[in-house]
Write a protein that binds this ligand. Structure first.
Ligand SMILES: Cc1ncc(COP(=O)(O)O)c(C=O)c1O
Length: 474
C-alpha cells in the first residue's frame, strides 16, 4: 500500500470490510464493556501524538488506535445496559444507510443538487405522518410537510423563527425584533427552548415558565391567565411549546387545551415529542399526542427511539410557507430553473444551515428493514419492560415510584431519601454494569431508568433490578 496516495477502490473494499467486521464484533461484545467510560479528563489526549503524522499511516494502525485509545474513552450508548438520559439508539440498517450516505456524499441543499436526496426525504416524512397517525396538514401533499433536522433543538428554533415572523407580519427579519414578543413553556420543557428563544432574539426574560400540575403537565388555566396578563401589559404573546414526554419524568402536556388557547389568541403552537413521538407508531399509544391536530409544528427524534442513529430529527409544519418565508434567501449563485419553477422543495429553506446530508437514506432503510409491524413490536417490548420494572418498584419496600410512568421512562427513588438514592446511583454507575442518570422532582433526588436501547431485553432489566437491590444497602 502507498499511504501517501488516495486509497484505491480495492483497498477501500478491504478496509471497509474490516470496519464492518469491527462494528459487528463490537455489537457482540458491547454488553460486556463498562457502560460508562472510566477515563479521567485528559487521558485520551495524553494517549494521542502531539503532532499530526508527516507521512500517511496504515489503515491497520488507525483501527488499532480505535480499539486501544478510543474505545476505553467511550460511554456505550449502544449497550443493552444503557438506561441513562433518553436513548440515542441505532440499528444495523441505519448504520448501513448512513454509510451509503457518506459514500455518495451528496449535498442536498437544493432539489437540483440531488433530486433523490430531497424527494426521498419528503416521501419518508410523509410515511412518518401516516405511520404515527399525525394530521394530514403535516403532509407535503397538503399545506405543510416534513423535513429532517439535525436535532430537536434546531427544529424548535425553526419553529420559533417562523412563529416570530408570522407574529410580526414578516418584519423582524428586515427590521430586527422590536415588539416585546412573549413565548410560553412549562417548568418541565426541555432547556433547548430557552436557548432557541435567546438565539431568536426574543430574550430569556420573555419566556414565561408556566407551572405544572401533580403529574408534571402544564396547567392550561395558568397559561391562559399569563397570556391575558401579557396582552394587557401591551406585550405580544406569540408562541407556546407543549411537550409529549418531558425529559425529567416523561410527562405529557394537555395538548387539546393548550392548542385551543393558542387558536383563541392566535399563538403558534409547537409540540415537542422528541422521545415519545416514536411510540405513536403503535395505535394504543396515540392518545398521548391527541391534540396535535391543533399544532402549527411538531417534532420528534427518530434518533432517540426509532433505531436510527444520530442525527435524525423529524420536523413537521402545518403551513410550510410560514417556515419558508422566515428562512428563505436566494443569492444569485444558487438560482436555478427547478427552484424558480416552484415545483420542488429546496430544503435549505426549511432549516438553519445551507448544506445538508442525505439523512433520509438511513431512516428509509430502518423503516423498510423493520416494517411498521417490526417497529411496533420493539416499541411495545420496551414499554412492557418499563411496566414490569415499575411493578417491581411498586411492590418493593426499599424503593418508591416518583411518578406513574406513561411509557418507557421510570422515575424512582430510595425510600431512605436523597443521600441513599444518590449513593446508589454512584455505586451502580461505578460498577460499569449499567448506566443511569438522575433528576430532581419536587426537590427530591430521583433516578431515571430509561428503557429504549435496541438490544435491551428482559434479562438486562432483571439484572439491573437485582444489582440495584444488592447495592442499595448502607
Ligand atoms: C423533550 C426533549 N426535547 C428536546 C430534546 C433535545 O434533543 P436534541 O438533542 O435532538 O436537540 C430532548 C433531549 O433529550 C428532549 O428530551
Amino acid at each position: 500500500m502507498s499511504p501517501n496516495f488516495h486509497m484505491t477502490p480495492d483497498e477501500f473494499r478491504r478496509y471497509g470490510k474490516m470496519v464492518i467486521d469491527w462494528i459487528a464484533d463490537y455489537y457482540e461484545r458491547v454488553e460486556e464493556l463498562p457502560v460508562l467510560s472510566q477515563v479521567k479528563p485528559g487521558d485520551i489526549r495524553a494517549a494521542l501524538p502531539p503532532a499530526p503524522p508527516e507521512h500517511g499511516e496504515s489503515f491497520e494502525a488507525m483501527l488499532r488506535d480505535v480499539e486501544q485509545i478510543i474505545l476505553p474513552g467511550l460511554t456505550h450508548w449502544q449497550s443493552p445496559n444503557f438506561f441513562a438520559y433518553f436513548p440515542a439508539n441505532s440499528s444495523p440498517p441505519a448504520v448501513l444507510g448512513d454509510l451509503l450516505s457518506s459514500g455518495l456524499a451528496v449535498q442536498g441543499m437544493l432539489w437540483s443538487t440531488s433530486p433523490a436526496c430531497t424527494e426521498l426525504e419528503t416521501h419518508v416524512m410523509d410515511w412518518l405522518v401516516d405511520m404515527t397517525g399525525l394530521p394530514p396538514q403535516f403532509k407535503s401533499t397538503s399545506t405543510g410537510g416534513g423535513v429532517i433536522q439535525d436535532s430537536a433543538s434546531s427544529a424548535t428554533l425553526c419553529a420559533v423563527l417562523a412563529a416570530r415572523e408570522r407574529a410580526t407580519g414578516y418584519t423582524s427579519n428586515e427590521e430586527g425584533v422590536t415588539p416585546r414578543l412573549v413565548a410560553y413553556a412549562s417548568s418541565q420543557t426541555h432547556s433547548s427552548l430557552e436557548k432557541d428563544v435567546k438565539i431568536a432574539g426574543i430574550g430569556r426574560k420573555n419566556l414565561r415558565i408556566i407551572e405544572v400540575d401533580e403529574n408534571f403537565a402544564m396547567r392550561p388555566d395558568l397559561l391562559r391567565r399569563q397570556i391575558e396578563a401579557d396582552r394587557e401589559a401591551g406585550l405580544l404573546p406569540f408562541f407556546v411549546c407543549g411537550t409529549v414526554g418531558t425529559t425529567s419524568v416523561g410527562a405529557v402536556d394537555p395538548l387539546p387545551e393548550i392548542g385551543q388557547i393558542c387558536r383563541e389568541y392566535g399563538l403558534w403552537f409547537h409540540v415537542d415529542a422528541a422521545m415519545y413521538g416514536t411510540a405513536a407508531v403503535c395505535p394504543e399509544f396515540r392518545h398521548l399526542i391527541r391534540g396535535v391536530e391543533l399544532a402549527d409544528s411538531y417534532t420528534f427524534n427518530p434518533h432517540k427511539w426509532m433505531f436510527t442513529n444520530f442525527d435524525c430529527n423529524a420536523f413537521f409544519v402545518a403551513d410550510r410557507q410560514a417556515l419558508i418565508n422566515a428562512l428563505s434567501i436566494m443569492p444569485e449563485y444558487l438560482r436555478n430553473q427547478a427552484s424558480e419553477s416552484g415545483e420542488v422543495f429546496d430544503y435549505r429553506d426549511w432549516q438553519i444551515p445551507l448544506g445538508r446530508r442525505f439523512r433520509a437514506l438511513k431512516l428509509w432503510f430502518v423503516i423498510r428493514h423493520y416494517g411498521v409491524e417490526g417497529l411496533r413490536h420493539h416499541i411495545r417490548q420496551h414499554v412492557d419492560l418499563a411496566r414490569r420494572f415499575a411493578a417491581w418498584v411498586r411492590a418493593s419496600d426499599r424503593f418508591e415510584l416518583a411518578a406513574e410512568p406513561p411509557l418507557n421512562l421510570v422515575c424512582f427513588r430510595h425510600r431512605d431519601g436523597d443521600e441513599a438514592t444518590q449513593r446508589l446511583m454512584e455505586r451502580l454507575n461505578q460498577s460499569g454494569k449499567l448506566f443511569l442518570t438522575h433528576t430532581r422532582l419536587n426537590g427530591k433526588f430521583t433516578l431515571r431508568f430509561s428503557i429504549g436501547q435496541t438490544r435491551t431485553e428482559l434479562r438486562h432489566v432483571e439484572r439491573a433490578w437485582q444489582l440495584m437491590n444488592e447495592l442499595a444497602g448502607d
